[in-house]
Design a binder for this molecule. Structure first.
Ligand SMILES: [Zn+2]
Length: 321
């Protein structure tokens, strides 16, 4: 009985997801497991005043913070007030300086729902398209979209209040923290329409949100065109050169992941073009496709990445039609 109910719930939520993503979520697709319940963020110092906050589960959200001369900038607000409080506590273990800025790297609930738990004086920054998405879609609607990643458990959002960014940018925003500069870049659409990359040019460290996942991952072209994602990654590669990449999800990666994403996306376009020349039923064919064994995939995210791959091929195929 309970199982049936859950199944109906998942299907219903799936439809909501579909409406907003402009994709049909196939029944074989497993959404990324992002449940923050029990997640512990580990503080990892990457450079002077530069800290990653890494989730202890394979794909739940990471975050981070940068300590400037007089204030702190936090990267991503996580899923809810409880997780945001964990971020604030981690900052307080390092410094008592005020949290002046909070950056939302995309519009998904797992990156913005913790916004309300930060001090009123904290200024929230995002790409203009992130703000537009948040304004155009009610909080309830956004909870439903992301609930597929927490097995439909709406109690994750208990207490979540909407708090929107007040500073936006379009291409690049430079923030002078006194002892270091923080850059926010928009290279184009990727996993979502507003993926933002935070870059520290002196330390050569980047936070990439959902645009580039962690070590041993492939991209997930969830809503945007594969060809646009490829263009975005090439622009990323030509504009900045991070040595350390802290993703929104997954382990810390090195710079080799950028080339890997570029060649993977080019390959998806090639495979999709070849498939369109054949007389096949893509929906059943795609289920038999699997990742090339020469692509390194981190253990315990293999099934998730196989799902991303099938999704990418399906989308690539549809986008060529
Ligand atoms: Zn995310």
């Amino acid at each position: 009985m309970k199982k049936n109910y859950l199944k109906i719930l998942v299907i219903t939520l799936g439809l909501n997801f579909t409406n907003l993503s402009a994709n049909d979520r196939p029944e074989w697709f497993i959404p990324p497991p992002l449940n923050p319940e029990g997640v512990q963020l580990e503080t990892v110092k990457l450079d002077d005043g530069v800290y990653a906050l890494l989730s202890n589960t394979p794909f739940a959200d990471n975050a981070g913070f940068i300590v400037g001369k007089d204030s702190v900038l936090v990267v991503d607000a996580h899923f809810n007030g409880k997780m945001a409080s964990q971020i604030i506590t981690a900052v307080r273990e390092v410094t008592n300086l005020p949290i002046e800025y909070l950056v939302n790297l995309n519009a998904f609930g797992d990156h913005v729902f913790g916004n309300y738990a930060f001090p009123k004086s904290t200024k929230i920054i995002s790409h203009e398209k992130t703000l537009n998405f948040l304004k155009e879609n009610s909080l309830e609607k956004r909870k439903k979209i992301i609930s597929v990643t927490v097995e439909g458990d709406m109690s994750i959002f208990d207490g979540v209040e909407d708090r929107l960014p007040e500073i936006t940018f379009s291409d690049i925003l430079r923030i002078d923290m006194g002892n270091k500069v923080v850059e926010l870049h928009f290279f184009g659409p990727g996993m979502s329409s507003s993926d933002t990359v935070l870059y520290l040019p002196d330390s050569k460290i980047a936070w990439t949100g959902n645009l580039v996942f962690g070590k041993g991952s492939i991209p997930w072209a969830r809503t945007e065109k594969i060809s646009e994602y490829l263009k975005t990654m090439k622009k990323f590669d030509s504009k900045i050169s991070p040595n350390i990449i802290v993703s929104g999800h997954g382990k810390i990666a090195d710079k080799t992941i950028i080339d890997k994403y570029i060649s993977y996306l080019s390959n998806v376009i090639t495979i999709s073009e070849e498939l369109t020349k054949k007389n096949i039923n893509i929906n059943s064919h795609v289920q038999k496709i699997s990742l090339n064994s020469d692509i390194y995939i981190e253990p315990n995210i293999e099934d998730l990445m196989e799902g991303f791959h099938k999704w990418n091929i399906l989308n690539g195929f549809k986008q060529i039609q």
